[in-house]
Write a protein that binds this ligand. Structure first.
Ligand code: E4P
Length: 217
């Protein structure tokens, strides 16, 4: 499973990139707004930090506007994947951008049938929002499972990107459900490393090693 960082914060992206196991970054207008910089400048800066797929979202809601913005975003850097909302005009825009070789990430997906439409339009990635579904007592991981099954049935190349992960359990559920990619906030990425038995085990190994030094001395 590929791991993306869900952030527009350069410091977080830099820290995550140091591990050399992060395959991309997802942004959205809310994440970019939090950083207080121009949208395109921020995307350009992110592309300079991490070598991988960098999702940048359009803000137009009509087909022509989304296509225009998508083309402009794709020109920023080869790594850019244009994020398009799963609305009627969005699907039309995805079909056009895909036919031009521009990779798209269809966002705000909450049903397997919406995901089917995105795959038919040639989306590179589909982003089901598991956390936001869980927020309203729906099973986000079941959605991932259903989309993966439908795509497998017909051999669609669109990759399933589990988005809106709120904690380590979401990442595990996404992996078990067969998501190709999971995007996670830096805080959640950091939490994945933790296990108390790792800390206790390491402490004991080092303590035992120190004892052998005393014996040798
Ligand atoms: C990423 O592509 C999504 O925009 C993001 O994961 C949404 O996360 P949220 O539901 O925590 O805002």
């Amino acid at each position: 499973m590929r791991l993306f960082i869900d952030s527009a914060n350069l410091e977080e992206i830099r820290k995550a990139a140091e591990f050399k196991i992060i395959d991309g970054v997802t942004t959205n207008p809310s994440l970019i707004a939090r950083e207080g910089h121009d949208h395109h400048d921020q995307i350009r800066a992110i592309c300079g930090i991490l070598d991988g797929d960098i999702s940048a979202e359009v803000v137009a809601t009509d087909m022509e506007g989304m296509i225009r913005e998508g083309r402009a975003l794709a020109k920023i850097h080869d790594s850019v994947v244009v994020k398009i909302p799963l609305i009627r005009d969005g699907i039309k825009a995805v079909a056009t951008l895909s036919s031009e070789g521009i990779r798209t990430n269809v966002t705000l997906c909450f049903s397997p049938l919406q995901a089917l439409l995105a795959a038919k339009a040639g989306a590179y990635l589909i982003s089901p929002f598991i956390g936001r579904l869980d927020d309203i007592s729906h099973d986000g991981s079941e959605l991932i499972r259903e989309i993966v099954a439908i795509y497998d049935n017909y051999g669609y190349p669109t990759e399933v990107l589990a988005a809106s992960a709120r904690g380590p359990l979401h990442v595990k559920e996404a992996a078990l459900a067969g998501a190709h990619v999971c995007t996670l906030p830096f805080k959640v990425f950091d939490q994945l490393f933790n296990h108390p038995l790792t800390d206790i085990g390491l402490e004991k190994f080092l303590a035992d090693y120190r004892k052998t030094l005393v014996v040798q001395a």
